[in-house]
Design a protein around this ligand. Structure first.
Ligand code: ATP
Ligand code: MG
Ligand code: FE
Length: 336
């Protein structure tokens, strides 16, 4: 079977082709227009999706050497995400499925972030066994997920306010860095001392997280330091970034450790945009080695938004014959 998948939930327009579980292409057009506004502007995002989608799909099919008429199904991101952005991908997928008279598959974007772990780029690659715990960390979500089967996942803990990706981006904004600031904090943190400035760890009951406090703590810290020395940020950027990153990573790993202890599960994965963070990847590998966990870390290409993960989720649903009709509409808020 050959499947075309489309992702358009936020500010990446992406298309991917999969044949029998193998990814043949994964084309991603990122929208750079948002940088100057310091965040994603929904109206501009949907317009950019409209501009990119035909080209991105054509390129995905061409790179995979697959003709439209070879397709067995179309998968698309139904939610969660920005309504206007989701509408572009959903409408395109529906029209494509109708025109080719092939089944349509709706995919939950957060489920797809987790299922990115089942993309095998080589036959030797290990994939997680069930059950495993996935820490999904992205621009809009921070979730601890217990994964019992490809299509059977349960959120056992989550953020009660900001997502950790948001905490990275908002902290970066306070430092005067462009959007999205997460990757830049990661870059400067590599050259800094993570213990230079101890920021407070905020806690929540059970397996939940809170990230809004750290942003405020950083804001007051920078205000006070800049009063004493106007060039404080420029002089200490690496140390500040390393300290912010260290604090956020510690908050994530603390709850992850609690989840592993409480469930008794020994396999752990990370997913979502923030799983590209070097501090998180390295600290988790160290912690896993110490605790005797088997750790799964996605390839960079499959951390941030991409259609290959939508294709993989679509492939699992295809096997279960989980198709939807032409009356399906996007769901900006969609639970796992
Ligand atoms: P969601 O998946 O919750 O709907 P999203 O799709 O916008 O949100 P992703 O594309 O998965 O999120 O991730 C984007 C986020 O990942 C941004 O907040 C970005 O700053 C962050 N990010 C990407 N790379 C890194 C990195 N190396 N270090 C820290 N954060 C990073
Ligand atoms: Mg994005
Ligand atoms: Fe995402």
């Amino acid at each position: 079977m050959t499947l075309l998948a489309i992702e358009s939930s936020c500010d990446e327009t992406s298309a991917s082709v999969l044949t029998d579980g193998q990814i043949l292409s994964n084309i991603i057009a990122a929208q750079l227009i948002h940088e100057r506004y310091g965040g994603v502007v929904p109206e501009l995002a949907s317009r950019a999706h409209q501009q990119h989608i035909v080209l991105v799909v054509e390129q995905a099919l061409a790179e995979a050497k697959v003709a439209k008429t070879d397709l067995s199904a179309i998968a698309f991101t139904r939610g969660p995400g920005l309504l206007g952005s989701l509408l572009v991908g959903a409408s395109f997928a529906k029209a494509f499925a109708l025109g080719l008279n092939i089944p349509l598959i709706e995919v939950n974007h957060m489920q797809a972030h987790v299922l990115a772990h089942f993309i095998k780029d080589s036959p030797e690659q290990n994939v997680p066994e069930f059950p495993f715990i996935c820490l999904t960390v992205s621009g809009g979500h921070t979730q601890l997920v217990r994964v019992d089967a490809p299509l059977d996942m349960h959120v056992i803990g989550q953020t009660q306010d900001d997502a950790v990706g948001e905490a990275f981006d908002k902290s970066a904004k306070l430092l005067g860095l462009p959007y999205p600031g997460g990757p830049l904090i990661d870059k400067y943190a590599k050259l800094g001392n993570p213990l230079a400035y101890p920021f407070p760890l905020t806690d929540m009951p059970e397996l939940d997280f809170s990230f809004s406090g750290i942003k405020t703590a950083i804001m007051y810290f920078l205000r006070d330091q800049t009063r004493k020395s106007p060039t404080f940020v420029a002089d200490n950027l690496n140390d500040i970034c390393a300290s912010i990153q260290h604090t956020l990573v510690q908050m994530l790993l603390k709850k992850l450790t609690k989840a592993m202890r409480e469930t008794g599960i020994r396999q752990v994965a990370i997913a979502g945009g923030v799983s590209a963070n070097a501090g998180l990847r390295n600290s988790l590998l160290e912690l896993g080695a110490k605790q005797g966990w088997q750790v799964f870390i996605p390839k960079f290409e499959y951390c941030t938004d991409n259609a290959a993960m939508i294709a993989m989720a679509g492939y699992f649903k295809y096997q279960q014959h989980e198709f939807v009709g032409q009356d399906v509409s996007p769901m900006p808020r969609m639970a796992l």
